[in-house]
Design a binder for this molecule. Structure first.
Ligand SMILES: Nc1nc2c(ncn2[C@@H]2O[C@H](COP(=O)(O)OP(=O)(O)OP(=O)(O)O)[C@@H](O)[C@H]2O)c(=O)[nH]1
Ligand SMILES: [Mg+2]
Length: 293
């Protein structure tokens, strides 16, 4: 049987559910997600294989108006990705009105004429079915779309239909990855992301943009692994918040992160979290380079 395989990337305002949708499509949590905007900071590939072919989903930080050097670098990354993919999926949440941010992204889409563009109405579980229908009609008016698709990643409503609809949009091609691959992310790069996700979920709105996480060391000792993660913030006060009273917050972050890391490594772990300050790292080319941006 001839198969179709190709690349798909999502765009959409921060927090519309791009990473959650990718995880639902591949059936495993590869990308971190959170209720805070700009959770995703790098491109991650997730792979979906069916008899008909393969979708390689490239999760990105999403296009936005940059405010720091980090923001500019993230946008450049997204632009390169979008120039290469076969299909761009624009995500519009069912439970929010279409706004300025969406129109900004719609305008940007004209710069990627190579890709087919589909509209994805996300988070359909948050509204009634009538509201979903109205939203689909409203979205349909915005521009010419190859398809308009509703989905709830949280309830997995429409996820299989989504895959079945997307594979035919790809070019005839053999599978690009082995049929059991789910991601090209290394364990080493997934670990600090899990810790960053825990911090985002535990802490208030002030911190997310200032936070970075890196794996500093990993030592396997039989059925136990020592994992050393460094959390980087911009200010003394932020360091205090992450550590908490007598280290209580840091312990909570550790407890929240441990199960996912143990699952990934298949061993029990000793998790060492260390908090450091790098002033204005989001605007400092040298610091950004060190952090891999
Ligand atoms: N109810 C509901 N919530 C969802 C759904 N999809 C995502 N969410 C929630 O929406 C929030 C944002 O999800 P993400 O997947 O991190 O959003 P994103 O677009 O990747 O965000 P950035 O990486 O920050 O641009 C999280 O709290 C998710 O749990 C859905 O289908 N239904
Ligand atoms: Mg994301």
């Amino acid at each position: 049987m001839t198969t179709r395989s190709g690349f798909l990337s999502f765009v959409g305002r921060p927090n519309v559910g791009k990473s959650t949708l990718m995880n639902a499509l591949i059936g495993e949590k590869v990308a971190i997600t959170s209720s805070k905007p700009q959770t995703t900071r790098k491109t991650i590939r997730g792979i979906v294989t069916r008899e008909a072919g393969q979708l390689i989903i490239v999760d990105t930080p999403g296009l936005h108006r940059p405010r720091t050097l980090l923001g500019e670098r993230l946008n450049a990354l997204v632009e390169t990705t979008l120039g290469d993919v076969d299909v761009i999926g624009m995500c519009l949440p069912a439970d929010e009105p279409i706004g300025k941010g969406d129109r900004f992204i719609l305008e940007q889409l004209a710069r990627y004429p190579r890709a087919k563009v589909v509209a994805i109405v996300t988070k359909t579980d948050r509204v009634s079915s009538t509201q979903v229908l109205n939203k689909l009609a409203e979205v349909g008016e915005l521009r010419e779309w190859t398809l308009v698709i509703p989905v709830s990643a949280e309830r997995r409503d429409g996820v299989d239909e989504f895959i079945a609809a997307l594979i035919p949009l790809m070019q005839e091609s053999p599978l690009l990855y082995p049929d059991d691959a789910v991601s090209d992310e290394s364990i080493e790069s997934r670990i600090p992301e899990i810790v960053r996700e825990s911090v985002l979920e535990e802490l208030s709105d002030e911190l997310p943009h200032s936070l970075a996480a890196t794996l500093t060391d990993i030592v396997r000792e039989g059925n136990r692994t020592k994992v050393f993660v460094s959390l980087i913030v911009e200010r003394d006060s932020q360091k205090g918040i992450i550590i908490g009273k007598r280290g209580s917050m840091l312990r909570l972050i550790g407890e929240r992160s441990r199960p996912a890391i143990e699952k990934l490594l298949g061993t029990s772990i000793y998790l060492d979290l260390h908090v450091t300050i790098a002033k204005e790292w989001q605007r400092d080319p040298k610091a950004l380079g060190k952090l891999g941006f």
